[in-house]
Ligand binder design. Structure first.
Ligand SMILES: Cc1cc2nc3c(=O)[nH]c(=O)nc-3n(C[C@H](O)[C@H](O)[C@H](O)COP(=O)(O)O)c2cc1C
Length: 183
């Protein structure tokens, strides 16, 4: 699968085939993709915890609000990767916390690798981050930036219509904001 296809077919999947485990090799490939991401000054202000243990998954689920549609995805995922940000390893410029930008790129690398492997995921961020950090015994100051439940998608999950995007004319311009691209 090429990058364009991975980008175009990627979507958030919240229902997995719990009978099909994700191999350790695939987990390693996904983590490798994440840690290859570019970062401000190559700070790499991220850490990744691959959670396989049912007990730890339960602790993570209990940190996710009940109305979060991704809650069940964590319980049914073969592996859950928690991306922890390390703010002290990042820098803040013009009020922009670059560790969050860096983690965002790593998260998308991770996600696209998931898609290329025929797996599925969803980025989960609406969680009690400090509770997740405590459960994982993360050092003080680290933050939970994203949780990625990963599994094989249930039949049909990739055939659902994609969530819509804003029109190109609304978000892409030529030379100055507001000037449309000649498409
Ligand atoms: C930073 C971030 C946080 C997100 N947090 C959640 C979440 O807590 N729960 C959830 O169900 N989906 C979450 N999502 C998934 C978005 O709802 C989803 O990406 C968006 O609706 C677009 O759909 P698509 O990924 O299928 O293209 C999150 C996505 C991002 C990028």
């Amino acid at each position: 699968m090429d990058v364009r296809t991975a980008i175009q077919t990627r979507r958030s999947v919240r229902r997995f085939d719990s009978a099909r485990p994700v191999s350790d090799e695939d987990v390693a490939a996904v983590l490798e993709a994440a840690r290859r991401a570019p970062s401000w000054k190559n700070n790499q202000p991220w850490r990744f915890v691959a959670v396989r243990s049912a007990a730890m998954k339960d602790k993570i689920v209990s940190a996710v609000p009940e109305d979060n549609p991704a809650r069940k995805a964590i319980a049914s995922a073969s592996v859950v990767i928690v991306m922890l940000g390390v703010p002290a390893e990042g820098e803040v410029h013009q009020d922009k916390a670059f560790y969050l930008v860096d983690c965002g790129i790593a998260g998308q690398n991770l996600f696209l690798q998931v898609v290329e492997l025929g797996l599925a995921s969803v980025w989960v961020a609406l969680v009690d981050g400090p509770a997740v950090c405590r459960a994982l015994e993360a050092p003080a100051g680290w933050e939970c930036v994203g949780i990625f439940p990963i599994g094989y998608p249930l039949e049909g999950e990739y055939n659902k219509s994609p969530r819509p995007r804003k029109a190109i004319v609304e978000v892409c311009f030529l030379d100055r904001v507001g000037n449309p691209l000649p498409l």
